[in-house]
Design a protein around this ligand. Structure first.
Ligand SMILES: *[C@@H]1O[C@H](CO)[C@@H](O)[C@H](O)[C@H]1NC(C)=O
Ligand SMILES: *[C@@H]1O[C@H](CO)[C@@H](O)[C@H](O)[C@H]1NC(C)=O
Ligand SMILES: *[C@@H]1O[C@H](CO)[C@@H](O)[C@H](O)[C@H]1NC(C)=O
Ligand SMILES: *[C@@H]1O[C@H](CO)[C@@H](O)[C@H](O)[C@H]1NC(C)=O
Ligand SMILES: *[C@@H]1O[C@H](CO)[C@@H](O)[C@H](O)[C@H]1NC(C)=O
Ligand SMILES: *[C@@H]1O[C@H](CO)[C@@H](O)[C@H](O)[C@H]1NC(C)=O
Ligand SMILES: *[C@@H]1O[C@H](CO)[C@@H](O)[C@H](O)[C@H]1NC(C)=O
Length: 375
């Protein structure tokens, strides 16, 4: 067999496997480049809501939201971009359009089902994870007929299977539980949250999804909101000043989420399920704030009341009387719950490093059309 034939055989039969193998096993000598970005379907809460809440409620967030990047409130609870925006940028992809955007939506590169305030439970309440998945199934089911009628800017049929399904939810489940239950009962509820995530991933898988990117939950006890409103005493604060029981619950949630991802990996044929340790990323930034150029890691840039937390539930960011810091880039917390663009940029760069991922698959691994670049 000549070199030419051998090369042909290699390209036609084994190229895909070779690329997959190289991308997984030799990240230092070879990397994958997307010819076409993967389509992304995102599910979650305000951590990844790019406008769903505003679309659903006909409600615009008030300035100074968006001041750092968009120059206006842009449906995001931050002064700028969210982690998901930076992840899209890393693929040279446009930002995700919310599913509920009714004014000239463009879903070519995916759909964002995340809505601020969402949780896994209660199950049928808008916009719980199950509702978001039901919206996806509706989108997926109705798209072919719309496309054949000539509707553009929808996800192409072949892209549903190669799509990346990203999930970032659970923070509100824990947060709300702590508002009315003692610690032990919050811990008892965690398996019910994990079950909802399990059902969601199975549902997506049964509708053709193969690639999942699952974020765990961050250190709840370091949020200025919790530090202000959650009753605690000094002995419950850790060395960073975060509320230990709340962080312990977040860690417990994460242990179970990680176990779920392992379980699903063993059960779902041909699926890739990446678990990303957002908790460690965020906790590192808070613990080592000054190393990253931040000050006051537990104080909101935008809020009311000044140090130590600059948070007051009666005067939140944007409400009459709020105060905002001059340099958002020096703050990790934007409004007491959500993060600044500066923090989100670092979180995203850590996610993209794959150092916090299991397995260590690159975010741009999930391309529609792969070509291999030696470097
Ligand atoms: C995005 O675009 C930049 C510059 O054009 C290029 O270097 C990079 O490889 C692209 N990234 C992906 C994931 O295609
Ligand atoms: C929709 O977005 C895609 C890229 O994501 C772009 O190529 C296309 O031109 C957009 N459509 C419109 C009508 O802007
Ligand atoms: C602090 O709170 C915990 C939990 O409510 C309690 O067990 C502990 O006794 C309290 N410690 C002090 C010094 O009040
Ligand atoms: C897994 O992928 C192989 C090769 O593409 C295919 O033949 C098989 O049907 C797939 N299995 C499932 C359960 O999707
Ligand atoms: C803070 O940074 C140090 C030095 O890089 C590192 O060893 C430590 O793990 C970091 N802390 C956290 C909580 O990640
Ligand atoms: C918020 O307003 C309520 C009702 O006016 C008041 O009781 C409460 O003390 C206020 N909270 C703070 C932190 O100022
Ligand atoms: C990822 O880990 C490598 C090797 O430990 C380290 O050199 C690199 O700085 C890390 N990157 C990030 C963003 O943490």
């Amino acid at each position: 067999m000549g070199v030419r034939e051998e090369f042909f055989l290699l390209s036609s039969l084994h190229k895909f496997l070779l690329v997959v193998w190289l991308c997984l096993s030799v990240p230092l000598t070879a990397h994958c480049q997307c010819n076409t970005s993967p389509v992304i379907f995102n599910f979650g809460d305000s951590n990844s809501d790019t406008g769903g809440f505003s679309d659903a409620l006909g409600f615009s967030f008030l300035p100074p939201a968006g001041r750092t990047y968009f120059g206006r409130p842009a449906g995001r609870l931050s002064d700028g971009r969210l982690m998901i925006d930076f992840l899209c940028e890393s693929l040279n992809s446009t930002y995700l359009t919310p599913y509920l955007e009714s004014l000239g939506p463009n879903f070519t590169n995916g759909v964002n089902f995340a809505v601020g305030g969402s949780a896994t439970l209660p199950r049928y309440k808008p916009f719980s994870l199950g509702v978001q998945v039901a919206q996806f199934i509706r989108f997926r089911t109705l798209s072919p007929a719309l496309a054949s009628k000539g509707h553009k800017d929808l996800v192409r049929e072949e892209n549903f299977q190669n799509a990346l399904y990203t999930i970032d939810i659970g923070q509100n489940d824990l947060s709300w539980s702590f508002s009315y239950l003692p610690y032990a009962q919050v811990i008892e509820k965690i398996p019910s949250f994990i079950t909802e995530i399990k059902l969601a991933i199975w549902d997506l898988y049964q509708h053709g999804g193969k690639n999942f990117w699952v974020h765990n939950t961050g250190p709840l006890g370091c949020l200025p909101l919790k530090l202000t409103v959650y009753g605690h005493n000094a002995s419950e604060l850790d060395e960073n000043g975060c509320i230990q029981p709340l962080n312990d619950a977040a860690k417990m949630f994460n242990v179970q989420l990680r176990a779920l991802c392992e379980e699903l990996r063993s059960q779902m044929k041909n699926a890739t399920i990446v678990y990303v340790d957002i908790y460690s990323i965020k906790f590192d930034l808070i613990s080592n704030a000054s190393k990253y150029g931040f000050q006051n890691p537990l104080m909101a840039c935008c809020g009311y009341g000044g140090p130590p937390y600059n948070y007051n539930p009666n005067v939140t960011c944007g409400q009459a009387g709020y105060k905002v810091c001059n340099e958002g880039s020096r703050y990790i917390s934007w409004d007491g719950v959500h993060h600044t663009e500066a923090a989100n940029a670092i979180f995203a760069s850590k996610i993209l490093s794959t150092n916090y991922s299991t397995p260590q698959v690159k975010f741009n691994f999930f391309c529609n059309d792969k070509s291999m670049i030696n470097s």
